[in-house]
Design a protein around this ligand. Structure first.
Ligand SMILES: [Zn+2]
Length: 435
């Protein structure tokens, strides 16, 4: 494969550029919340990609959650058309990073290089992946200026808070329409030899049990909402959790523990509100008239959202008919449907072959226990030919001393470059065509 060797050699020669680009991205502290410096990082990407012949567009997601004059939700879409008609390969990276947290030994926005790694918030999730995809695209364009089709690179806001001011907005505006994009690779940190096909769904709801306030010395004159919530939790323990544990999926979710339905109880609040820490008084004696929990239910591609919802409401309705004075209110907070790209989809087969060629091992196919922006590309953009593939170790995301390995970035840039060769060089087209 002479072509791949020369592309790989050219990527090796840009190692310093890759390191400098990753550091520059890390040094723009795009913290979300609240959504800082989105405009700055888009302008930085604009300058860089325009230099390489991309047409760029900065797009503000007006009116999306968190968008304000102080914290506008800026995105960038950069497109480079080839010399002939053909498919468009789109690399999407989120530009936002989560809060720093405690426990760092490196400057979280310094981009220090140590022992073959670059450290900083977002190094792994996912500025390293973004840098690798930019180096792959630029090198491919320089070594194959006569390519067919198009390459797009987007930098999008708010993935860490649901992606509504980022990919969801772009999808609503038609940026993922089949007429302009055919293949999407999201360089999230999934390890350089794994292809992530999709993710589980999520359903978030608040449940409140109702009671009646009364003096704590005479609880029989009131109705204790916390005891009602205890009955809800008992139903969950006795029936819901065992039922979910018995439900397995064909999705290759990692880690193994997430290869079934799961539910977390995020919070519980009942009775009188917590007082300020400097309050030195004693509690008053009341029967609580309200108790609330927030549940975080993650579900499988085999489970319709309606069934997930009905399973919980059926338990609550059951309590209503069997438990004296039981009443509840369920408020749905958000939901995300599962997404799973077919193993035979063109982008999956192409990247799988590129991993074998470049890294020399067959790829592992995985699915994410949480969710990421693929949901919007799939559900709003109606584009199913989408995967997550990128350097970095998933378990380091959001942790102190987050880093990305430089060799890993180089290797995945080579894989992305090889995928571009398969998809955008007319002579190689026959390799990916088929069913
Ligand atoms: Zn991420």
């Amino acid at each position: 494969m002479p072509d791949q060797t020369s592309l790989s050699t050219a990527i090796d020669a840009r190692r310093d550029d890759l390191i400098a680009l990753t550091q520059a991205l890390i040094r723009i502290p795009t913290l979300n919340p609240p959504g800082r410096h989105y405009r700055d990082i888009c302008e930085f990407l604009d300058r860089r990609l325009a230099r390489h012949g991309f047409d760029t567009k900065l797009i503000r997601a007006h009116g999306t959650p968190g968008d304000s004059e102080k914290y506008p939700r800026w995105n960038i879409v950069a497109r480079r058309d080839g010399k002939h008609s053909g498919d468009c390969v789109h690399f999407n990276s989120h530009t936002d990073v989560v809060e720093v947290g405690a426990g760092w030994t490196f400057d979280p926005f310094g981009g220090a290089v140590s022992d073959g790694k670059i450290y900083g918030r977002g190094a792994c999730d996912m500025k390293g992946g973004m840098a690798a995809s930019i180096i792959a695209a630029e090198t491919f364009i320089d070594t194959h200026p006569d390519f067919a089709g198009a390459i797009e690179i987007s930098g999008t806001a708010d993935e860490e808070s649901g992606g509504y001011g980022g990919v969801a907005y772009l999808a609503e505006q038609g940026y993922y329409d089949a007429s302009r994009v055919q293949h999407v690779i999201i360089p999230e940190p999934l390890n350089k030899d794994r292809i992530c096909l999709g993710h589980r769904g999520g359903w978030w709801a608040e449940i409140e049990t109702k009671g009646e306030i009364a003096h704590g010395s005479m609880p029989f004159l009131g109705d204790c909402a916390v005891r009602h919530m205890g009955a809800v939790l008992r139903e969950f323990e006795d029936r819901l959790f065992p039922a979910m544990a018995a439900r397995h999926t064909d999705m290759p979710v990692v880690p193994q523990g997430a290869r079934q339905s799961t539910m977390n109880i995020n919070s519980i609040h009942g009775g009188q509100p917590e007082q300020e820490p400097d309050f030195t008084g004693l509690p008053a004696h009341c029967v609580p008239d309200s108790c609330r929990i927030v549940i975080d239910r993650r579900f499988l591609v085999e489970e319709p959202l309606d069934e997930v919802r009905n399973e919980v409401t059926a338990l609550l309705e059951g309590l209503k008919s069997t438990r004296k004075d039981f009443d509840y209110r369920l408020t749905e907070l958000n939901s995300v449907l599962p997404s799973m790209t077919d193993r035979d989809a063109p982008v999956v087969r192409t990247v799988a072959r590129a991993i074998e060629d470049v890294i020399g091992v067959p790829p592992e196919f995985v699915a994410s226990p949480g969710t990421y922006d693929q949901k919007h590309i799939d559900r709003i953009g109606k584009l199913g030919n989408c995967i997550a593939y990128g350097p970095g170790i998933l378990e380091l995301a959001h942790k102190p001393d987050e880093y990305v390995g430089i060799d890993d970035m180089i290797d995945s840039a080579k894989v992305m470059g090889a995928a571009l060769q398969s998809l955008l060089l007319p002579s190689k087209k026959d390799k990916t065509s088929g069913s």
